[in-house]
Design a protein around this ligand. Structure first.
Ligand code: C5P
Length: 236
Protein backbone atom coordinates (compact mmCIF):
# COMPACT_ATOMS: atom_id res chain seq x y z
CA UNK A 1 0.00 0.00 0.00
CA UNK A 2 1.55 3.29 -1.05
CA UNK A 3 1.11 6.04 1.59
CA UNK A 4 -0.20 8.46 -1.07
CA UNK A 5 -3.27 6.24 -1.52
CA UNK A 6 -4.39 6.71 2.08
CA UNK A 7 -6.94 9.44 2.70
CA UNK A 8 -5.28 11.93 5.09
CA UNK A 9 -8.13 11.68 7.62
CA UNK A 10 -7.84 7.87 7.69
CA UNK A 11 -4.28 8.12 8.98
CA UNK A 12 -5.49 8.75 12.52
CA UNK A 13 -6.74 5.62 14.30
CA UNK A 14 -8.42 6.09 17.67
CA UNK A 15 -8.49 3.07 20.01
CA UNK A 16 -11.78 2.58 21.81
CA UNK A 17 -9.99 1.53 25.01
CA UNK A 18 -13.13 1.72 27.12
CA UNK A 19 -14.80 -0.81 29.45
CA UNK A 20 -18.25 -1.00 27.86
CA UNK A 21 -20.07 -0.73 24.55
CA UNK A 22 -22.19 2.10 26.00
CA UNK A 23 -19.11 4.20 26.82
CA UNK A 24 -17.59 3.39 23.41
CA UNK A 25 -20.77 4.47 21.61
CA UNK A 26 -20.89 7.70 23.62
CA UNK A 27 -17.28 8.44 22.63
CA UNK A 28 -18.01 7.67 18.95
CA UNK A 29 -20.96 10.09 19.09
CA UNK A 30 -18.79 12.80 20.69
CA UNK A 31 -16.06 12.38 18.08
CA UNK A 32 -18.55 12.51 15.19
CA UNK A 33 -16.88 13.07 11.82
CA UNK A 34 -13.53 14.03 13.40
CA UNK A 35 -12.58 10.32 13.45
CA UNK A 36 -12.95 7.89 10.54
CA UNK A 37 -10.91 4.95 11.85
CA UNK A 38 -11.34 3.14 15.19
CA UNK A 39 -9.39 0.37 16.89
CA UNK A 40 -11.09 -2.28 19.04
CA UNK A 41 -8.77 -4.23 21.32
CA UNK A 42 -8.96 -6.73 24.17
CA UNK A 43 -10.78 -4.47 26.64
CA UNK A 44 -13.79 -3.63 24.46
CA UNK A 45 -13.86 -6.84 22.40
CA UNK A 46 -14.12 -8.97 25.55
CA UNK A 47 -16.79 -6.61 26.93
CA UNK A 48 -19.14 -7.44 24.06
CA UNK A 49 -17.62 -4.96 21.59
CA UNK A 50 -17.22 -7.10 18.47
CA UNK A 51 -20.76 -6.43 17.13
CA UNK A 52 -19.73 -2.76 17.14
CA UNK A 53 -17.38 -3.54 14.25
CA UNK A 54 -20.27 -4.13 11.83
CA UNK A 55 -22.17 -1.14 13.21
CA UNK A 56 -19.19 1.16 12.67
CA UNK A 57 -18.51 -0.22 9.20
CA UNK A 58 -22.18 0.23 8.24
CA UNK A 59 -21.97 3.86 9.37
CA UNK A 60 -19.01 4.46 7.05
CA UNK A 61 -16.13 4.09 9.54
CA UNK A 62 -13.08 1.86 9.26
CA UNK A 63 -12.13 -0.57 12.01
CA UNK A 64 -8.86 -2.09 13.19
CA UNK A 65 -9.39 -5.25 15.28
CA UNK A 66 -6.38 -5.52 17.59
CA UNK A 67 -6.64 -9.06 18.95
CA UNK A 68 -3.02 -10.14 18.23
CA UNK A 69 -3.93 -13.71 17.25
CA UNK A 70 -1.52 -16.61 17.71
CA UNK A 71 -2.47 -20.31 17.60
CA UNK A 72 -1.95 -23.35 15.37
CA UNK A 73 -2.33 -22.53 11.69
CA UNK A 74 -5.75 -24.12 11.14
CA UNK A 75 -7.26 -22.31 14.13
CA UNK A 76 -5.83 -18.96 13.04
CA UNK A 77 -7.02 -19.40 9.43
CA UNK A 78 -10.59 -20.31 10.48
CA UNK A 79 -10.69 -17.52 13.07
CA UNK A 80 -9.53 -14.98 10.50
CA UNK A 81 -12.20 -16.23 8.05
CA UNK A 82 -14.83 -15.40 10.69
CA UNK A 83 -13.28 -12.02 11.52
CA UNK A 84 -13.08 -11.11 7.81
CA UNK A 85 -16.89 -11.29 7.66
CA UNK A 86 -17.20 -8.43 10.18
CA UNK A 87 -16.01 -5.91 7.57
CA UNK A 88 -12.92 -4.62 9.42
CA UNK A 89 -9.92 -3.13 7.60
CA UNK A 90 -7.07 -4.36 9.83
CA UNK A 91 -6.45 -7.34 12.13
CA UNK A 92 -3.29 -7.96 14.16
CA UNK A 93 -1.51 -11.30 14.56
CA UNK A 94 1.79 -12.11 16.24
CA UNK A 95 4.59 -12.33 13.69
CA UNK A 96 5.24 -16.09 13.82
CA UNK A 97 5.60 -17.55 10.31
CA UNK A 98 2.87 -20.22 10.71
CA UNK A 99 0.48 -17.67 12.19
CA UNK A 100 1.11 -15.05 9.50
CA UNK A 101 0.79 -17.63 6.70
CA UNK A 102 -2.51 -18.89 8.13
CA UNK A 103 -3.88 -15.36 8.61
CA UNK A 104 -3.07 -14.41 5.01
CA UNK A 105 -4.84 -17.62 3.87
CA UNK A 106 -7.86 -16.92 6.11
CA UNK A 107 -8.45 -13.40 4.82
CA UNK A 108 -8.18 -14.40 1.11
CA UNK A 109 -10.94 -12.88 -0.98
CA UNK A 110 -11.94 -10.37 1.71
CA UNK A 111 -11.02 -6.70 2.22
CA UNK A 112 -9.31 -7.50 5.55
CA UNK A 113 -5.62 -6.61 5.82
CA UNK A 114 -3.28 -8.40 8.18
CA UNK A 115 -0.88 -6.47 10.41
CA UNK A 116 1.99 -8.29 12.11
CA UNK A 117 3.15 -7.43 15.62
CA UNK A 118 6.89 -8.18 15.47
CA UNK A 119 8.01 -7.84 19.09
CA UNK A 120 5.79 -6.30 21.76
CA UNK A 121 7.07 -2.84 22.63
CA UNK A 122 7.12 -3.73 26.33
CA UNK A 123 9.93 -6.25 25.60
CA UNK A 124 13.62 -5.40 25.88
CA UNK A 125 16.63 -7.63 25.10
CA UNK A 126 16.52 -9.10 28.62
CA UNK A 127 12.89 -10.14 28.16
CA UNK A 128 13.77 -11.75 24.80
CA UNK A 129 16.56 -13.80 26.35
CA UNK A 130 14.37 -14.72 29.35
CA UNK A 131 11.79 -16.00 26.86
CA UNK A 132 14.46 -18.20 25.24
CA UNK A 133 15.23 -16.14 22.13
CA UNK A 134 18.78 -15.78 20.84
CA UNK A 135 18.12 -12.51 18.97
CA UNK A 136 17.68 -9.15 20.66
CA UNK A 137 14.71 -6.88 19.97
CA UNK A 138 15.96 -4.94 16.94
CA UNK A 139 17.32 -8.01 15.10
CA UNK A 140 14.09 -9.90 15.81
CA UNK A 141 11.92 -6.98 14.65
CA UNK A 142 13.83 -6.86 11.34
CA UNK A 143 13.83 -10.64 10.85
CA UNK A 144 10.10 -10.92 11.53
CA UNK A 145 9.28 -7.92 9.32
CA UNK A 146 11.15 -9.57 6.45
CA UNK A 147 9.29 -12.85 7.05
CA UNK A 148 5.99 -10.92 7.12
CA UNK A 149 6.77 -9.37 3.78
CA UNK A 150 7.67 -12.71 2.18
CA UNK A 151 4.44 -14.25 3.51
CA UNK A 152 2.21 -11.54 2.03
CA UNK A 153 1.31 -9.74 5.25
CA UNK A 154 -0.01 -6.21 4.56
CA UNK A 155 1.61 -4.18 7.30
CA UNK A 156 3.54 -4.01 10.55
CA UNK A 157 2.69 -2.50 13.93
CA UNK A 158 5.82 -0.83 15.28
CA UNK A 159 6.97 2.07 17.41
CA UNK A 160 7.59 5.25 15.44
CA UNK A 161 11.25 4.95 16.47
CA UNK A 162 11.49 1.69 14.51
CA UNK A 163 9.71 3.08 11.44
CA UNK A 164 12.68 4.59 9.60
CA UNK A 165 14.84 1.46 10.08
CA UNK A 166 11.96 -0.79 9.02
CA UNK A 167 11.32 1.23 5.87
CA UNK A 168 14.91 0.42 4.83
CA UNK A 169 14.27 -3.29 5.34
CA UNK A 170 10.78 -3.66 3.86
CA UNK A 171 10.55 -0.72 1.43
CA UNK A 172 7.25 1.08 0.87
CA UNK A 173 4.76 -1.62 -0.12
CA UNK A 174 3.75 -2.62 3.40
CA UNK A 175 2.04 -0.12 5.69
CA UNK A 176 3.44 0.86 9.08
CA UNK A 177 1.00 1.47 11.93
CA UNK A 178 2.49 3.20 14.96
CA UNK A 179 1.10 3.57 18.49
CA UNK A 180 3.00 5.53 21.16
CA UNK A 181 2.13 8.89 19.57
CA UNK A 182 1.87 11.98 21.74
CA UNK A 183 1.23 15.53 20.52
CA UNK A 184 3.77 17.96 22.05
CA UNK A 185 2.77 18.81 25.62
CA UNK A 186 0.41 15.88 26.27
CA UNK A 187 0.86 13.34 29.08
CA UNK A 188 2.92 10.27 28.11
CA UNK A 189 1.03 7.82 30.39
CA UNK A 190 2.76 4.42 30.38
CA UNK A 191 4.22 4.88 26.87
CA UNK A 192 8.01 5.05 26.96
CA UNK A 193 9.05 5.44 23.34
CA UNK A 194 6.89 8.27 22.10
CA UNK A 195 6.93 10.57 19.06
CA UNK A 196 4.81 13.49 17.91
CA UNK A 197 2.39 12.90 15.00
CA UNK A 198 4.47 15.04 12.63
CA UNK A 199 7.73 13.25 13.44
CA UNK A 200 6.12 9.83 13.15
CA UNK A 201 4.79 10.62 9.65
CA UNK A 202 8.21 12.00 8.67
CA UNK A 203 9.82 8.76 9.95
CA UNK A 204 7.68 6.72 7.54
CA UNK A 205 4.55 5.84 9.54
CA UNK A 206 1.35 5.54 7.50
CA UNK A 207 -1.21 5.30 10.32
CA UNK A 208 -0.98 6.74 13.84
CA UNK A 209 -2.80 5.15 16.77
CA UNK A 210 -3.57 7.89 19.30
CA UNK A 211 -5.67 6.96 22.31
CA UNK A 212 -5.55 8.75 25.63
CA UNK A 213 -4.56 12.20 24.26
CA UNK A 214 -7.95 12.10 22.48
CA UNK A 215 -10.33 10.02 24.55
CA UNK A 216 -9.23 11.56 27.86
CA UNK A 217 -9.21 15.14 26.51
CA UNK A 218 -11.76 17.66 27.82
CA UNK A 219 -12.74 18.15 24.16
CA UNK A 220 -11.92 14.90 22.30
CA UNK A 221 -13.14 16.26 18.99
CA UNK A 222 -10.83 19.29 19.18
CA UNK A 223 -7.93 17.01 20.16
CA UNK A 224 -8.57 14.79 17.11
CA UNK A 225 -8.81 17.80 14.79
CA UNK A 226 -5.51 19.18 16.14
CA UNK A 227 -3.82 15.88 15.29
CA UNK A 228 -5.34 15.89 11.78
CA UNK A 229 -3.92 19.35 11.30
CA UNK A 230 -0.46 18.24 12.41
CA UNK A 231 -0.63 15.21 10.09
CA UNK A 232 -1.67 17.37 7.09
CA UNK A 233 1.13 19.84 7.75
CA UNK A 234 3.63 17.00 7.92
CA UNK A 235 2.38 15.57 4.59
CA UNK A 236 2.42 18.94 2.79
O1 C5P B 1 -3.59 5.66 24.84
P1 C5P B 1 -2.50 5.33 23.88
O2 C5P B 1 -2.31 6.37 22.78
O3 C5P B 1 -1.19 5.00 24.57
O4 C5P B 1 -3.03 4.00 23.17
C1 C5P B 1 -2.23 3.25 22.30
C2 C5P B 1 -2.99 2.08 21.81
O5 C5P B 1 -2.13 1.29 20.98
C3 C5P B 1 -3.50 1.15 22.89
O6 C5P B 1 -4.73 0.58 22.40
C4 C5P B 1 -2.44 0.09 23.00
O7 C5P B 1 -2.93 -1.16 23.40
C5 C5P B 1 -1.96 0.01 21.55
N1 C5P B 1 -0.62 -0.47 21.37
C6 C5P B 1 0.48 0.12 21.96
N2 C5P B 1 1.73 -0.39 21.73
C7 C5P B 1 1.88 -1.44 20.94
C8 C5P B 1 0.79 -2.04 20.33
C9 C5P B 1 -0.47 -1.52 20.57
O8 C5P B 1 0.35 1.10 22.67
N3 C5P B 1 3.08 -1.88 20.71
Amino acid sequence: MQPAEILPRDRLIVPLDLPSVELAEAMIARLGDSVTFYKIGYQLAYAGGLPLVRKLVDSGKKVFIDLKLHDIGNTVARGVESIAKLGATFLTVHAYPQTMKAAVEGRAGSGLKILAVTVLTSYDDGDMHAAGYRLGVSDMVEARAQQAQVLGVDGIVCSAEEAAALRKVIGHQMCLVTPGIRPAGSATGDQKRIMTPARAIAAGADYLVVGRPIIEAADPRAAAEAIHQEISQSLA
